[in-house]
Design a protein around this ligand. Structure first.
Ligand code: ADP
Ligand code: MG
Length: 417
């Protein structure tokens, strides 16, 4: 019996990881010495559970649909088999990784470059907001392209990139890549890739209807893996819901939190681009330094904002959902949903910017009275009703009293879920 085999993808139950497996090294998974050494140089020695779960199947050439929690190591779960399976081919792109944002495309390249080097493969990022010249030159020589859909289509239209030779296609954040915004472009791009290929789809949220749409992009005998969160994984993120009695109080609460010595890097999510700029101004007026990141900023501004946040020069990054997917910044201690997330998946991805790779983190969601029912339903669907109701205890008595309550609560229970 093959524990992870899925007989017919759509509608069939996914396999579930039963927790930690016991594969001690990447060599045990059949990974070559040069790649094992390249990983070890970055202190990456033992495969994470999702990597233990999928690397062998990926190496064997199966199509995969993989769901595993935020920060669980999906990039290497597809990246390691990718570099293993490819050989340099006269600079013709043999693999294409699609991602929803420029920053994520850049991070995937950064994560995979040393592994590609170890195998003599060239990897290039293709994303908008920067000049065409250097990008085209790098893309023409690349074995592996990591791209956002818009710029990739631009390069195809200019004749700078061909997908005729692609053998492996990866959709990272697959459900996002296949939602209404991106799906037409993905359809056109996939139509240019040979049918005889391996397709790998990864996300933290890949269930229900999105999972079935995703399945349509893979072969009949694709394997579906779901790495369920272990209790320990769940304890990595503390979920708090802070009931706030008026929109103007949200700023007071945020200021108080950002001044709290216990906060390290804090990612603050808002609904709109203008809302992000406005909040940064209001924070600065209260002498709290913050930077904004959203889709109307130039690529240079986006990169500078992220770099200042990563270096610790500024502790608060105020962002729209453009920063919710995939981005991996070390030591984000807190994620604040200043504005409520649009849906459950958005909550999962936003809060998933903290508590990554086994670290601890806290997600704090501000809840206004008229949003309470909706947010409670969302929390319930994530198994967080207890956390939601706990935040409801007692009226909003202003930031100071909330803070006192929180501190004493924190002493009682170190991590709640
Ligand atoms: P996901 O895509 O699942 O959200 P990432 O691929 O961004 O997660 O990985 C999260 C972090 O974990 C990254 O910083 C990555 O370098 C690190 N990581 C991944 N696999 C391992 C491993 N086997 N050992 C140590 N660190 C790892
Ligand atoms: Mg990822």
């Amino acid at each position: 019996m093959c524990l992870f085999r899925c007989l017919g993808v759509a509608g069939s139950p996914p396999s579930r990881s039963k927790g930690a497996h016991n594969i001690a090294s990447f060599a045990d998974l059949g990974i070559s010495k040069p790649v094992v050494r390249a990983l070890a140089r970055r202190d990456i020695v033992k495969p994470f559970p999702v990597q233990q779960l999928v690397v062998r199947d990926a190496l064997a050439g199966h199509d995969l649909l993989v769901q595993s929690p935020t920060g669980s190591g999906k990039t290497l779960a597809f990246g390691v088999p990718l570099v293993e399976r490819l050989a340099p081919d006269a600079g013709r792109a043999s693999a294409l990784v699609l991602a929803p944002t420029r920053e994520l495309a850049g991070q995937i390249v950064a994560e995979l470059r040393s592994l590609a080097d170890a195998r003599g493969l060239r990897i290039a990022a293709v994303y908008g907001g920067v000049g065409f010249g250097p990008q085209i030159a790098a893309a023409r020589r690349a074995d592996i392209l990591v791209a956002t859909p818009g710029r990739l289509e631009d390069l195809i239209a200019r004749g700078a990139v061909s997908l005729d030779n692609v053998r492996i296609l990866v959709l990272d954040e697959a459900d996002r890549m296949l939602d209404m915004g991106f799906r037409p472009a993905i359809g056109r791009i996939v139509g240019r890739i040979p049918v005889k290929r391996q397709t790998l789809l990864f996300s933290a949220t890949l269930e229900g209807a999105t999972g079935n749409i995703a399945a349509a992009y893979t072969r009949e005998d694709a394997r579906r893996h779901t790495q369920a969160q272990s209790k320990r994984d769940k304890a990595d993120i503390e979920h708090r819901f802070l009931h706030v009695d008026s929109p103007s109080n949200k700023l007071d609460h945020l200021v108080e939190q950002l001044r709290d010595g216990g906060h390290g890097r804090t990612l603050v999510f808002v609904r709109t681009k203008r809302g992000a700029d406005r909040l940064v101004k209001r924070l600065r007026a209260r002498r709290v330094e913050a930077v904004a990141m959203h889709g109307d900023k130039s690529q240079g501004q986006r990169e500078r904002a992220l770099a200042r946040f990563e270096s610790g020069a500024v502790r608060a990054l105020v962002a729209t959902d453009v920063a919710a997917r995939g981005i991996d910044v070390d030591d984000v201690t807190h994620v604040v949903n200043f504005d409520a997330p649009g849906d459950r998946d958005s909550y999962v991805h936003r809060v998933g910017r903290t508590g990554r790779a086994g670290r601890q983190g806290t997600g704090i969601s501000f809840v206004l009275a008229d949003q309470a029912d909706e947010v409670r339903r969302m929390a319930g669907s994530l198994g967080l009703t207890r956390e939601f109701d706990r935040g409801r205890q007692g009226p909003d008595r202003g930031p100071d009293s909330q803070s006192r309550t929180r501190r004493s609560r924190r002493r009682r229970t170190k991590v709640s879920p």
